[in-house]
Each structure stands twice: as structure tokens, then as C-alpha cells.
Ligand binder design. Sequence first.
Ligand SMILES: Cc1ncc(COP(=O)(O)O)c(C=O)c1O
Length: 396
Amino acid sequence: MSNMEWISRGKKVIMNTYNRFPLTLTEGKGVYVKDAEGKKYLDFASGIAVNALGYGNKALVEALEEQINKIMHCSNLYWNTAAIETAEIMINHSIFDKVFFCNSGAEAIESALKLARKFGKKKHGENCYEIITMKNSFHGRTLGAITATGQEKYQKDLNPLLDGILYADFNDFESVKKLVSEKTCAILVEPIQGEGGIRPAKKDFLQKLRDLCNEKDILLMYDEVQCGIGRTGYLFAYEAYGVAPDVISLAKGLGGGFPIGAMMLVEKYSDIFEPGDHASTFGGNPAACTAAKVVLNSLMKASILENVKKQGDYLKEKLNKLKERYEIIIDVRGMGLMQGIELSLPVADIINQCIKSGLLLVGAGSQVIRFVPPLIVDKNEIDEAINILENVLKEV
Ligand SMILES: Cc1ncc(COP(=O)(O)O)c(C=O)c1O
């Protein structure tokens, strides 16, 4: 069946919540995917920064197969070995001491928002419930996460939103300081804003937030849903900055394509949630945790983090060269394999042309093209992507 035949079937039965590209994907291998008509694409979108190990990773597929044959789901009424082992790896390779597993980025953020509220009330009293987030941020689509998201375009028609979320200017410490009061229980920030246009935080900004949170005894929470799990060339983006949070939210790359999210926190805050405070039927699911275990072990063993640093530098260099040649590119920014180019015009047409030429890309806001290939991408694949993009830019 053709792409278009699938699309017309899909439109009849799937809710119209996405502007989808006219493409139906059916399989993938490494950094490439194929559509329903067998056409091959180089994938620099990775399911929106998800497929960390690429498609069809043997270790991932085999481990999942084995786990699914053993036990696929058992709930949190019981312990399961995959969740325990995966949490141990996450703890052993971070500054955190406890994990809460969930299923998505929005849920990992929701967990952090609830934790912050409970912390504020327990530690500083009933009126301590305000959370400061950043303008231009993106934290997900639940009502809590969308309130935390500092972009009105995602919030329209949803009022009233959650009470007690205040928005500061990203990378502007004074604007955060102005909002902090005895009502503040936490500050939530993406170390690199993803959907907001691939905007890295300044180290100095994060350090000042850290000092402020220490001084006020409030939580510093990082949303590493997109920039965590190897994207920056470090397992966690906070390592790239050398400024650690108290709480971190993760998802996307963690399961390498299998749905899983997680919130982690440091020991000092590990007794805030008690049984009954927070839960998820599927959280800690053995299959999802097995996927995460393979991703984490692979990142640690197979020098993938080194590859991210090396290829990330190479990609940035190539993008900067394009910037020298094409005036419409006004900025190149990012870290590791989370790079973006800002254009002086909307990017939709360029992305559509790239897709037609066999390269999957995704925007980040209306004027930024995002480059988030699988973390195993190599130099030749980057050259191929840049060639396709340049041929499209020549026509603009
Ligand atoms: C930084 C960040 N936080 C949270 C989310 C929400 O994640 P999910 O779509 O898995 O709910 C996203 C998704 O793009 C994200 O980029």
C-alpha cells in the first residue's frame, strides 16, 4: 500500500492532533528508515531525539525479546528485577540516589511538579507552592506540564491553568531573582531548551540558580527529557555544565525508542514522596526498564558518548560552514548531537524539501531546524545530511 493510501486510512481513525509529514514509516536500520513504498531516508530527527542507538539495535531487540518472553508487565504491587537493575545503573552513574519510573517526559515533569509542591508545603509551610519556570521552555502536554511550559501558543484554550507557576527569562538570573519569594518551592529549567529553539543555558546562569536554591533551601529541577541520556556527549547534561540539580526529569532517549520516563532525586529529598503520593500503573514496566538498561549500558561501554562529542563537533563545524555560505542561516547553536540552525525565514518548506530529498529533519519553533540524529551517527552520514541540506538551501 502507498504512503498516501495509509495516510487516508489514518486520517479517518486517528485524531487530528498533529501536523504530520506525508510519510508512513515502516522500518529502520541504523540511522536510516524506510517508508511504506520502500524509499530510504537518513534520519536526523530520531523520532524527536528518541532513538539513541538507532533502529534495529541487536542488543536492544534481543534483550527486549527475552524480557517479553519472561514477563512483560507486573505492576508496582511487586518488585521487578529489570526496574531494580536499571535504577542501580542510573544511580551508579549520576549524583542521584533514588528513581521514580513513569512512561513519558510529561509524566516525568508532572512527577517533579508534584514533588516540588509537596516539598514546599512540608518544608516551608502551606503557602510555599510556587514554581518558577522559564519563558520559551517546553515541558510536555499534561495540564501541569503545559502550565510549566513558558509558551502561550501551547496554552491557549486551556485556561484556567495550574495556579502558582511563574515565568522568568531564560539565561537572565535577575528575572528569576525578582520572582523568588517565600512562596517559591522550586525552579525548573531545561539545560538546553529543545522545542524552544535549541538554546543552551549559560553555565553562569545555572550556577547562580544553584546558589540561589541553596540559599533559599528550594529545589533546583532540570528537565533533561530531550538533552539528557547522552545527547550532549555526557550521560546527563548537568555533567556537561558541572552544575548539578536536586531533581531531574528524563524520557525520550532513555528507552532508545521504547516508552519510558523517569524522575531522579538526591538523597536529601528522597523521603518527600511516601506510599500513595504518586504512582503509575506502567511505571517501571519490565520491558521498558530492560530497554533503558541496554541503552544505558551501551552508552557506558561502546564509547558512544565519545562519538557524540566527536560527531557533534563535526556536525557543528559543517553547519557553521553552511552559515558562511548561506545568509539565511543566522545562528548555529547546540551541544553534542543536539544542534540547531536558526534561519531568517520559516523552516517548514526547507524541511519538507529535505524530506523529499531523503533526509528527515524536525523544526524547533518556526525558524529553527533541529539536528538530533541517533547517537551512533558517523561522519559519512553527517556529510550525506549536509549535502542534502545544502542542495535544498541552494534552491531557496
Ligand atoms: C524538554 C522536554 N520536556 C518534556 C517533554 C515532554 O515529553 P513527552 O512528549 O514524552 O511527554 C519534551 C518533549 O518534547 C521535551 O522536549
